[in-house]
Design a protein around this ligand. Structure first.
Ligand SMILES: NC(=O)c1ccc[n+]([C@@H]2O[C@H](COP(=O)([O-])OP(=O)(O)OC[C@H]3O[C@@H](n4cnc5c(N)ncnc54)[C@H](OP(=O)(O)O)[C@@H]3O)[C@@H](O)[C@H]2O)c1
Length: 349
């Protein structure tokens, strides 16, 4: 397996230094410098987007629920998350107009920290019901996303959860032709939709797909990941921690000693390195509302990755943990209907 390794580039570091000064109230400047220095000295893992060869860091940041902060609620922790994310070499942020105020939080803090131009935003279009009668709703939603994110062009625009994909994909193609979007794709998390997704990967001139793949939920390995590899489609992985249920499974358990062989120091790094070691995976977007968890997750952006034999050993180890399958048998969104009517924008329970 070939893994692309490069250094955090100079512009990132300069911006990180600026960001550090802006964040003195949160962390000591000396500590920030040490962190930025560490990022310059360590090689980060990047992957090429197959259609263009453009490289992106393999660990990104999800924003579903975690970045949906209403006016008046505390949200300074999100500035710290974005600051640490960028300082550690992160660029890819995944969001959606469906995620309540998440676009606003990303746009505000990226602008304040001076990192907006360096972020690689993967966003989505969600259009249902009467809004489908013409393209005006999708168009208005897209314009609003760009305003909220302080952008005049989106890096990746995807059909959210394949909702009305046939109609929305036409629009995304047009936006790409007009230069308002750089790459287009579709997202889903449920294997029920993988037949449709595979057909689109094989015929739909997609640049990206976003799909679920974890050490427990490995259905994407069967057809989606090979189809992407065959057709030059970049793969972004959602829900990498099974919405934190993977951590519940290993609560109170030490990492196996063999994790040191591929540089995983925590369970989060163990779970993320399993995913990004798959050669078809381009990027993974774990979400967190905790700056220390962010630092932990970004540890997976560095060092060795497990090979195929080691990945099999990791699966075997997890399967040996009592209750592993029981904890994860339920779908990640019990009781929520993502195929039909949902409240919009989606709000935390
Ligand atoms: N159809 C779609 O397009 C679709 C569907 C689902 C998700 N997504 C994307 O995928 C992203 C990730 O999925 P997700 O947010 O649903 O779930 P996830 O990333 O699998 O899990 C998030 C949960 O893990 C916890 N966590 C994160 N890092 C941790 C660490 N180091 N240690 C302990 N706990 C940790 C978080 O709690 P703390 O806040 O306490 O850290 C949070 O409860 C979303 O945010 C979204 O961008 C897209």
């Amino acid at each position: 397996m070939e893994i692309e390794m490069t250094r955090v580039h100079r512009r990132t570091i300069l911006q990180a230094a600026g960001a550090a000064i802006g964040a003195m109230a949160i962390g000591s400047l000396a500590g920030d410098r040490a962190f930025a220095q560490q990022a310059t000295e360590r090689a980060i893992i990047r992957r090429a987007i197959p259609k263009t060869g453009e490289e992106i860091p393999v660990v990104g940041l999800g924003t579903f629920e975690t970045f949906d902060i209403l006016p008046g609620e505390p949200r300074e922790h999100l500035r710290e998350i974005m600051r640490r994310f960028h300082e550690a070499g992160g660029r890819v942020v995944d969001t959606s107009p469906l995620y309540g105020m998440s676009e606003v939080s990303v746009g505000d803090f990226a602008t304040e920290l001076g990192i907006a131009d360096d972020l690689f935003i993967t966003n989505k279009t969600w259009t249902t019901g009467e809004w489908l009668s013409d393209d005006s709703h999708s168009e208005a939603q897209f314009r609003r996303s760009m305003e909220r994110l302080w952008r005049n062009r989106m890096d990746v625009q995807q059909v959210h959860s394949l909702e009305n994909f046939d109609q929305v994909l036409h629009l995304l193609r047009r936006w790409k032709d007009e230069g308002r979007v750089r790459y287009i794709g579709v997202t889903q998390w449920s294997p029920e939709y993988y037949d449709t997704m595979e057909r689109l990967i094989r015929t739909g001139d997609l640049d990206f797909v976003q799909v679920n793949y974890t050490i427990f939920s490995r259905q994407a390995e069967e057809r989606i990941l090979p189809a992407c590899a065959d057709n030059g489609v970049a793969v972004q992985i959602n829900i990498p921690f099974e919405k934190a249920r993977l951590f519940t499974c290993v609560e109170g358990r030490l990492l196996p000693e063999f994790a040191a062989e591929f540089g995983a120091k925590t369970w989060a790094q163990f779970f993320l390195k399993f995913i990004i070691a798959h050669p078809a995976v381009t990027n993974v977007v774990p979400a967190t509302s905790n700056p220390d968890h962010l630092t932990d997750n970004m540890g997976a952006l560095y060092g060795e990755l497990p090979d195929e034999a080691m990945r099999a050993r990791m699966v075997e180890h997890m399967q040996g943990i009592e209750g592993f399958a029981d904890t994860l048998r339920q779908p990640p969104y019990p009781g929520k209907n993502y195929g039909g009517v949902v409240t919009w924008p989606f709000r935390r329970a």
